[in-house]
Design a protein around this ligand. Sequence first.
Ligand code: CMC
Length: 428
Amino acid sequence: MAKTAELILDGKSYKLPVVEGTEKEVAIDISNLLEETGAITLDFGYKNTGATKSAITFLDGDKGILRHRGYSIEDLAAKSSFLEVAYLLIFGELPMKDQLDKFSDDIKRHTMVHEDIKKILDGFPSSSHPMGVLASMFCAQTAFYPESLDPNRSAEGVYLSIVRSLAKMPTFAAWAYKNAMGHPVNYPDNSLNYTARFLKMLYALPAEQYEVDPVVADALDKLLILHADHEQNCSTSTVRIVGSSKASIYSSISAGINALWGPLHGGANQEVILMLEAIRKDGGDTEKWINKAKDKNSGFRLMGFGHRVYKNFDPRAKIIKKTADEVLSKLGVNDPVLDIALKLEEVALRDPYFIERKLYPNVDFYSGIIYRALGIPVDMFTVMFAMGRLPGWIAQWKELRENKEPIGRPRQIYTGQNLREYVPIDKR
Ligand code: CMC
């Protein structure tokens, strides 16, 4: 018999359907609640609200499980490439070799950016944060590909927009950095793979020969995989809600980039390194900083700790911590902030405040240390996150479209003034 939940409101009983996911997650379906009861639900920050049914990513925060289309993140990070994971997320299955070759070739064909977008880039002062520049350039594609605005675009048209998004993202990302440096931009070298192409555009200087270090390219590829999707987080929900108005893929993803920028979301990776540096300069007393994080009046949080969904180790953080060790030793880098991070983690994990609240290191805690070892500047950390998250945003935008989901429009409980009479300005 189908399960139901019972709600009693003003003495009247209502039966609500119960929905179960393929991993046995349970939801009470309130789709008809307002119509039947006249009441809405209230859930600040959507902590208990499922906004959609999705077949892309499964996450169990208590057990520390993350899977994409059924494949564990551990397997994907160890055995696949970023473009393979992108294909899996977007199209639902791991690609055959010819499918992946075609996908990769299609992307290569679109890595160049219209020269007029460079004029837009030139308008940004070098003080601009690369995330703002990235979001703007990404959205500017709507002007260069106006056909993308058609909400009834054919499947071939949507495929082209997907390929363009993936192809141009590394070019935009590298150019946003070049702009911040006041350097001339580099054009994509299509003899290289996705990650190496990005690195060359980021680092190459006009008068110097630049060879991509395969250790750096492989480490970055793994980091991108670890960021590729994370179900209905703040930026992905933003992409879905903007997309639900039938806005174009470029404007929906640009909105996601802006949502990711905040320090509580993707911006945390930049904040972690700034925090670790500040602790180092302050003498490295981790206990002092842990106490500051516990003091609600300090306004300080331990960046890279805690997660809305993971109440156990973030599985991505485990892989990243191991990767950080490997990358630092392969590159012969000795970063003093790694020792501070390890000590901070050790102190926090035996502190009752963090234990009771189930606060563990998240994906951002160690990623900044690897980015630094790879030579990626701090302002670019969140841009790296955006590059990694792009396939997830695309997959979620495509799913929303294919499922013909309604426009996203939450309700509210109004707490303002009741009706009052307007008083002319000279009588107030
Ligand atoms: N340091 C100190 N206390 C914390 C922290 C932290 N990093 N995170 C949460 N808490 C406390 C919080 O003060 C609250 O305490 P109390 O119950 O006494 O009021 C309790 O833990 C629950 O926190 P919350 O803010 O209600 O939890 P949330 O689910 O709304 O927030 C979070 C999740 C990730 C925004 C939060 O843990 C945080 O601000 N962490 C630091 C920023 C960060 O690392 N963000 C990256 C998240 S992972 C990458 C991504 O996907 O975006």
